[in-house]
Write a protein that binds this ligand. Structure first.
Ligand code: GDP
Length: 424
């Protein structure tokens, strides 16, 4: 049985915690897209970890952790991350890396920085992890597959070809130091040695696992609104964040994905630029940011303060629909316990008309939030384990949102830990 855990919004919905929790019952956890640009925060008995590349199953000895072909694989970051978890007492995890995954090259990271510099104030707010240049090269067919690391002649020839092309841009567009093909080939040989112990034909492995009825968890990064097709283009990421892409990025049949758990946070947050209709500012935002998540809403990868807002039913309904949601996991509800009244965005007003359908980017910039205030519950709900024990106003909040988005909220998360979960 294959399940996917994905985000409904801009990312940071708490997918890491939900995946970590579901990983207890999983045999295999698969990352299928994205790279080291985003991160998950996971709190468990080993401590608090920010994972960027490793699947969230690495804390369980019984799971196999797979990096699928759809991932932007940064080899030194992966190796560092394995070291960082094992240095803190986590047993050495079982990891498989697809021989078809492509490699984030040192020059992708440089080009990401140079392009942000060049764009200045008009930049996309990239995390500068090389993800956009990586995926550009993948689709321009000048990327390097893991399998290619094991072919010396090919590496040399391709490194020379790629450097020739990159150096034109470095010299004439960015005015930066040029790449040296010999040095690049040498770097790739060190990458080969680092990754060799993990390389596998992942789709063959997963095919067998599916046939044997293993529990497989596809772990998404970011959320619907960052999808290059269905998100707030161009303020999106460079690989699909949708559960559907899980089939492509892992190499399994789409019809094997039986459950799609879409994670929605009880309020909104976003990093980077782009329209954010229910955004709040000033002291109101500062307070929610300070109280949010587990120790404040700051980026897991960059430490950047996140932009904050009220729950957005329009964006979340759309986000759940495009994911093909079977279950909603509603997270970080405990954080809202300080508010007397909780505004929720129930519509967008665009050019004098109210809509509940999430619009294209050009219209999104003109959208104003239509807010409805719900009464708060003014208590700490952490530690509660059954839905009926939640305060009435809290249940009303959950049920109001469930009705607005139109997908069943089957899990409510009321704390950062694995055990902080209420099943409905
Ligand atoms: P992800 O990228 O979707 O995994 O999101 P983050 O890593 O940004 O996770 C959101 C933050 O909220 C992390 O610091 C989590 O530990 C924390 N978190 C997750 N669920 C809950 C919850 O129900 N309550 C609280 N207070 N924090 C949570």
């Amino acid at each position: 049985m294959v399940k996917a855990v994905v985000g409904a919004n801009w990312g940071d919905e708490g997918k890491g915690k939900i995946t970590d929790m579901l990983a207890q019952k999983a045999d295999i956890i698969v990352r299928f897209q994205g790279g080291a640009n985003a991160g998950h925060t996971i709190v468990n008995h080993y401590g608090k970890f920010a994972l960027h590349t490793l699947p969230s199953g690495v804390f369980y000895g019984h799971t196999v952790n797979v990096i699928g072909n759809g991932v932007a694989l940064n080899i030194p970051v992966l190796v560092e991350e394995i070291k960082a978890v094992t240095d803190r007492g986590v047993p050495v995890p079982q990891i498989l890396v697809s021989d078809r995954a492509q490699i984030v090259m040192p020059y992708h990271i440089l080009f990401d920085q140079y392009e942000e510099e060049r764009l200045g104030g008009k930049s996309f707010g990239s995390t500068k992890s090389g993800i956009a240049p990586f995926y550009s090269d993948k689709y321009a067919k000048t990327g390097f597959q893991v399998s290619e690391l094991f072919d010396d002649a090919l590496l040399e020839e391709k490194a020379a070809r790629v450097c020739e092309m990159k150096n034109v841009l470095l010299a004439h567009l960015y005015h930066k130091p040029l790449l040296d093909p010999a040095q690049l080939t040498a770097t790739l040989r060190t990458y080969r040695d680092m990754i060799a112990p993990y390389v596998a034909d992942v789709s063959v492995y997963l095919d067998k696992a599916v046939r044997e009825g293993k529990n497989i968890l596809l772990e998404g990064q970011l959320g619907t609104l960052k999808d290059p097709d269905h998100g707030i283009y161009p303020m999106v990421t460079s690989s699909s964040t949708l559960a559907a892409y899980g089939a492509v990025g892992a190499g399994i049949p789409p019809y094997e994905i039986k459950q799609i758990i879409t994670v929605c946070k009880a309020y909104s947050s976003a990093v980077g630029a782009g329209a954010f209709v229910s955004e709040i500012f000033g002291e109101q935002a500062d307070e929610l940011r300070r109280r949010g998540g587990d120790g404040g809403e700051f980026g897991a990868t960059t430490g950047r303060p996140r932009r904050m807002g009220w729950f957005d039913c329009v964006a979340s309904k759309y986000g759940c629909r495009l994911q093909g949601t079977t279950d909603v996991a509603f997270t970080v509800l405990d954080v809202l316990g300080y508010l007397d009244e909780i505004p929720v965005c129930v519509g967008y007003e665009i050019d004098g008309e109210v809509t509940r359908d999430f619009p294209v980017t050009a219209k999104l910039g003109r959208a104003k939030p239509v807010l409805k205030s719900l009464p708060g519950w003014k208590t700490d709900i952490r530690g509660i384990r059954s839905y009926e024990e939640l305060p009435e106003n809290c249940r009303n909040y959950v049920e109001f949102i469930e009705e607005q988005i139109g997908y069943p909220i089957t899990m409510v998360s009321n704390g950062p830990g694995r055990e902080d979960i209420i099943y409905r």
